[in-house]
Design a protein around this ligand. Structure first.
Ligand SMILES: [Zn+2]
Length: 428
C-alpha cells in the first residue's frame, strides 16, 4: 500500500511536472540577466580557431526560462553550457556567424581573417564550463574552445553601455514567454529618429500580418533602441560611398553587391543589451535593395526600398528559423556551400539523403520526386529540384516561397511549419 502511494505521488508529480522542472532548472542554475561571452574566430577556408576576448554581465534576459536546451540542431556552431561540478548540460544554442560564409569565398583561400563573435546565455549562479563547437560535414560537433567561468570573477564587466531611448513598439507579453525582437537603427541621424520609429513599426506590423506570424501575433514583442548615426545612409564600397554610422553596416559584404551586413558585432550587442531580446533586427536607412540574415545572430534589411517588406521577412526567415535560401540563380552562389552527399541541417531544403527527417510527412501520396514545375503542383508541397544556390542536387518544398523570390506573405507550408516550431520553442 505504501509503495502504491509512493508510486501515485511520483506519477502525480510527473504529470504536468515538466514545466515546473524546467522552471526550477532555470532558478537552480541562473539569474534573470545575461552573461555575454565575446571572442574572435580567426582562420581561412579550411580552419577556424577561437580566441577569448571579453565577458560582460548584461542587465536583462529575454529568452525562455523553460526551453534551456536547444532541440533544433540547426546552425554551423553550437554553444554548450555545463555545470562545472556535475557536468550536466544546462543550456545550449545552435547559431551561425559570418565567418562560416566567408570561409567559402575566394578571399578565404588566400588570407587569414578574424571576425568578432558573441554568444549569450543566462547569467549563472555557480561555475560553468562552456564549449564552443563547430559542425563537421558529417554533422558531428567538434569542440574548438572550452573554458570554466566563475560568475564571481570580477573581470566580468558590468560597465553600463551608452543609454539610448528605448521603446516597446509592440507589447504583448512578458519577455520569457514571447519572441522578443529588438530592432536597431543604422544610418539614421538624430533628426531621422522619427522616421526610424515609423519604419520599425511599419515592418514589424507587416511581418505580423504574414502566415504563420498572423496567428501568433500575441506571442511577439518588438523593441527599438534609438541609437543615432552621425551620417545618414550606409557604406557602398563599390560606389566609393562611405558613411559614419553607429552599427557600421555595409553593402558588398564578401564582394556581393546587395549583401548588406555588419561585422561590428560588439556594437550591435552593446546596443541590443538596452532591452531584453531573443532576436536582433537591424534596419538600415538606405534606398538600395539589400540585406542578410544569419541564424541566431542577426537579421538585417534596407528600409527604403520597394521590396523592403519582402526582404524584412525573408531575412527573418534566415535569422529566426534557420531557413535556407530556396533560390539558385542569384549572384551569391557560394562554391561548395552544401555537400550533396549529406543532408543539410536546414529545414526547407533537402539533398534526399535523409528526406524522412524533412517534409516527407507533408507530401500527398503519389507526389512525384522530383516534382514537376507544372500547374498541377504550383500550390502543392513537393520536392522541386533547385534550391540552396544550386540548380541540381538540392530540392525545395514548393514551386515558390518567400525564401525563393519576392512574394509577399508567401512562406511555403514547410517554412511555415519551421517558423511555428521556433515560435513554440520561445513561447511555450
Ligand atoms: Zn519555403
Amino acid at each position: 500500500m505504501k509503495i502504491k502511494l509512493i508510486l501515485l505521488v511520483h506519477i502525480l508529480l510527473f504529470v504536468g511536472g515538466e514545466k515546473l522542472f524546467a522552471q526550477n532548472q532555470f532558478e537552480k542554475y541562473f539569474i534573470n540577466s545575461t552573461l555575454r561571452f565575446d571572442y574572435q574566430r580567426s582562420g581561412n577556408a579550411d580552419t577556424g580557431i577561437i580566441n577569448y576576448a571579453h565577458m560582460k554581465h548584461e542587465p536583462f534576459w529575454g529568452g525562455s526560462k523553460k526551453n534551456l536546451i536547444d532541440k533544433f540542431n540547426y546552425g554551423m556552431y553550437r554553444l554548450m553550457v555545463y555545470d562545472s561540478t556535475t557536468n550536466e548540460l544546462i543550456y545550449s544554442r545552435g547559431y551561425k556567424t559570418l565567418f562560416h560564409e566567408w570561409q567559402s569565398t575566394d578571399e578565404a583561400k588566400k588570407v587569414n581573417k578574424s571576425f568578432y563573435e558573441v554568444v549569450v546565455m543566462p547569467f549563472p549562479k555557480k561555475s560553468i564550463r562552456i564549449k564552443l563547437q563547430h559542425r563537421t560535414l558529417q554533422h558531428k560537433f567538434i569542440t574548438d574552445f572550452e573554458m570554466v567561468i566563475n560568475p564571481k570573477n570580477y573581470f566580468i564587466s558590468k560597465e553600463k553601455v551608452t543609454e539610448y531611448p528605448t521603446k516597446k513598439i509592440i507589447d504583448n507579453n512578458i519577455p520569457e514567454k514571447s519572441v522578443d525582437v529588438v530592432i536597431l537603427p543604422d544610418g539614421y541621424t538624430q533628426a531621422e529618429m522619427g522616421k526610424f520609429r515609423e519604419d520599425a513599426e511599419k515592418y514589424a506590423k507587416k511581418l505580423l500580418q504574414w502566415k504563420p506570424f498572423l496567428k501568433n501575433k500575441k506571442k511577439f514583442n518588438f523593441w527599438i533602441v534609438e541609437a543615432p548615426s552621425l551620417e545618414s545612409g550606409t557604406d557602398i564600397p563599390g560606389d566609393n560611398i562611405w558613411k559614419n554610422t553607429v552599427l557600421n553596416s555595409s553593402f558588398y559584404t564578401f564582394d556581393s553587391e546587395r549583401y548588406l551586413m555588419t561585422e561590428d558585432i560588439k556594437t550591435v550587442r552593446d546596443i541590443a543589451s538596452c532591452v531584453p531580446y531573443d532576436q536582433i533586427y537591424i534596419l538600415v536607412n538606405t534606398n538600395k535593395y539589400g540585406g542578410g540574415g544569419v541564424y541566431n545572430y542577426y537579421s538585417l534589411s534596407s528600409a527604403n526600398n520597394l521590396l523592403s517588406e519582402f526582404v524584412f521577412a525573408h531575412e527573418f526567415g534566415h535569422g529566426f528559423a534557420s531557413l535556407a535560401d530556396e533560390y539558385y540563380t542569384a549572384d551569391v552562389a557560394y562554391e561548395g556551400y552544401y555537400d550533396l552527399s549529406v543532408e543539410p541541417y536546414l529545414p526547407n531544403i533537402t539533398t534526399l539523403v535523409d528526406f524522412d527527417s524533412k517534409w516527407k510527412d507533408m507530401l500527398k501520396k503519389n507526389t512525384p520526386i522530383p516534382t514537376p514545375t507544372t500547374e498541377e503542383y504550383r500550390n502543392k508541397v513537393g520536392v522541386f529540384e533547385g534550391g540552396g544556390y544550386l540548380a541540381k542536387g538540392i530540392y525545395r518544398p514548393a514551386y515558390n516561397c518567400t525564401m525563393k523570390s519576392a512574394v509577399i506573405d508567401g512562406f511555403c507550408p514547410v517554412c511555415q511549419r519551421a517558423i511555428q516550431a521556433m515560435i513554440d520553442f520561445y513561447t511555450k
